[in-house]
Design a protein around this ligand. Sequence first.
Ligand code: AMO
Length: 446
Amino acid sequence: MERTLIGQLKEKIGAEVRIRGRVDTIRDQGKIVFLVIRDSSGKVQAVAWQGNGDELIEKVKSLTIESIVDITGEVKEAKQVEQGFEIDIKNIKIDSLAEVPLPIVIEGEHNDNVTSLDQRLDYRWIDLRSSKNQLMMSVATLMTEKLREFCISNNFKEIQAPRIISAASESGASVFEVKYFDKKAYLAQSPQFHKQMAIAADLERVFNVGPVFRAEKSFTTRHLTEYTSFDVEIAYIDSYKDLCVFEQEMIKNMLKAVKEEYGEKIKELFGIETNIPEGDFEYIPVKEAKEKLAKAGVNSKGEGDFSPEEERMLSEIIKEETGSEFLFVTDYPHADRAFYHMKDPQNPKIALGFDLFWNGVEITTGAQREHRIEVLKENAKERGMDLSSLEDYFEYFKYGCPPHGGFAIGTERLLMKTLNLESILEATYLPNTPNRLGKLTTKARK
Ligand code: AMO
């Protein structure tokens, strides 16, 4: 018999069905045992009666919660249960008996969540079973699907930039070095150089979704050592503002789809409304932002960067003033940005780029790029960078390269904000951080 998903049982009242899934709860009342079985589509009560045979009831009594079962039985009307029906178990096969007790409490399933995030992440495959996390994974899937779809419908091509590269693009300090046969190589911190190569290759509009690596010992709620970057690069722009408008529409389109598909469930499980921003996002030059922060009594980290507290506060101020949750911060000092950003010809101290903040967290950096090889080399020299290591990159600009620009969205941060999660670790399938590699913390492994 074919498996019926629990979510489809209501159309099968009176029929014999086969369901496969996990034992959610067990209520043993002697001659009757009530199980609740769950699968990806829902939950249903299944009842084993002594009258259906001793062997059957003994098997059901041997079950533990979170075990995997394969049940055949009849879907019967049952007024006393909320759904109005239950399954009368005729046969049960135990596919996998779960050890008890579970090492963690599954959030919202068996109890209120009483397990720390760190412990939950150590047993992520159990933690992900919660309805909240199941929904989170569905939202994550739809989110990247919609970002991709938006690019594709706007005539983009998808590239897969190499993840092992010969030169660091973002800053020498935060790069993982790998042994590449008898040479040194690096794990890409960004597909930056290779998405720009696509522009020199006349692909004109490209996107790249994939892992990037940052060797930063940052223990914050927004940093990972490996994350998934959604990168965009566009040729023949007139200004970085073209990029801002493109990204704004891309995000609105994504949020609209998330609201349509999962808005109700998100409200139910995460307790938040999915807001689709109306009109244009706000813009503010860094200098003005710093002035607003100073007025609000927040100490500044520096001219060209924001501390997490500043980011949060700035977003709050702008939201209060304009109602906008999204804010493009512009006009950063060039010295604080990547060397490949173009300088403003009116004021070369300023970079032609932006960061996008969403409710207190930076989710994107973008910029118009310097495409004139001599100026580009000059900018790298100004930073004291080793020009010889950048030779391959400079070559892209030697044989004609259109003016261009692009941006990158940290997808985990985007998901974190979409679901209003407290930490990026919660929004990541299996987060890598300085003290957590793979399943267990490095401390626990020792
Ligand atoms: P940047 O380094 O600002 O820019 O990164 C772009 C976006 O990636 C996310 N992000 C991170 N997410 C999780 N953990 C981290 N350690 C982390 N670091 C960054 C953020 C950030 O806004 N090449 C440029 C982009 C470009 O100009 O196209 C770059 O990588 O959301």
